[in-house]
Design a protein around this ligand. Structure first.
Ligand SMILES: *Cc1c(COP(=O)(O)O)cnc(C)c1O
Length: 242
């Protein structure tokens, strides 16, 4: 068994246990494998082991991998900051965009979505800690922004994505997650298409699931520590030597 397969099994087990101990009686939790900096070969292995959802942050890096792996059954999620001049390729090659926080970008994605593709799945990125330095719209802007998005043909509003500030304090982390869950619940009551609360990464996935996450975005725990600076060519052989 490959290391990736072993880790996938272990992560799924962690998700299952966290869900079992969660007070929330939600749907099952989807695992998004965050494959930024990892090779097409690494993604292929995870896919062979049953993983379907992959998240990428950098467009040029992602496009190479998407092209190489086009015959596989994979759903691609864009989870990085979006510049206007990147929307065309994102609309053409991704199934989800989780980092939407500007109406102008939404309009462009919709207009540039190829007609033979289903509506693009959208999660609105919310700046849950309301810090001016961070991406995402503020909680107070969420409902008017969601209304705008829901009116755009070619997009389907699926939910929210949050990246809370790392505090190291479990209780503070929980407060951010609870706040996100409450926004998600209100949104889901208004829009029947909303079913996704994307929150939780390698370090805090258990907490996030206990607080109602429906999608965890996992990189490090699955593929290993990312090389710094970002190295596109990291091979599985290096990963196995950890
Ligand atoms: C890199 C990244 C992740 C994965 O983080 P890990 O700590 O490696 O699990 C999740 N979400 C976003 C938005 C990321 O950029």
């Amino acid at each position: 068994m490959t290391n990736i397969k072993k880790r996938l099994i272990s992560i799924k087990n962690t998700i299952y246990l966290a869900q079992s101990s969660s007070a929330k009686q939600g749907d099952s939790v989807t695992l998004l494998a965050v494959s930024k900096t990892w090779s097409a070969e690494n993604i292929h292995q995870a896919n062979q082991a049953g993983q379907r959802h992959f998240g990428e942050n950098y467009l040029q890096e992602a496009l190479k991998k998407i092209t190489l792996l086009q015959d596989l059954d994979i759903e691609w999620h864009f989870i990085g900051p979006i510049q206007s001049n990147k929307t065309k390729e994102i609309a053409a090659h991704f199934d989800w965009v989780q980092s939407l926080d500007r109406a102008k970008i939404a309009q462009r994605l919709a207009k540039q979505r190829p007609e033979n593709k289903p509506d693009l799945n959208i999660c609105i990125q919310v700046n849950i800690d309301d810090e001016s330095s961070k991406s995402g719209i503020t909680p107070s802007e969420l409902f008017s922004f969601a209304h705008q998005i829901s009116q755009i043909n070619g997009l389907v509003l699926r939910g929210l994505m949050i990246i809370p500030t790392k505090t190291g304090h479990e209780e503070q982390q929980r407060i951010a997650f609870k706040k996100a869950y409450s926004l998600f619940e209100q949104l889901a009551n208004q829009y029947p298409t909303v079913d996704t609360l994307s929150m939780g990464m390698s370090a805090d996935m258990i907490l996030a699931i206990e607080e109602g996450s429906t999608m965890v975005r996992i990189g490090t725990a699955l593929f290993g520590q990312r090389a710094k600076p970002i190295n596109n060519n990291t091979k599985l052989s290096e990963l196995n030597n950890e």
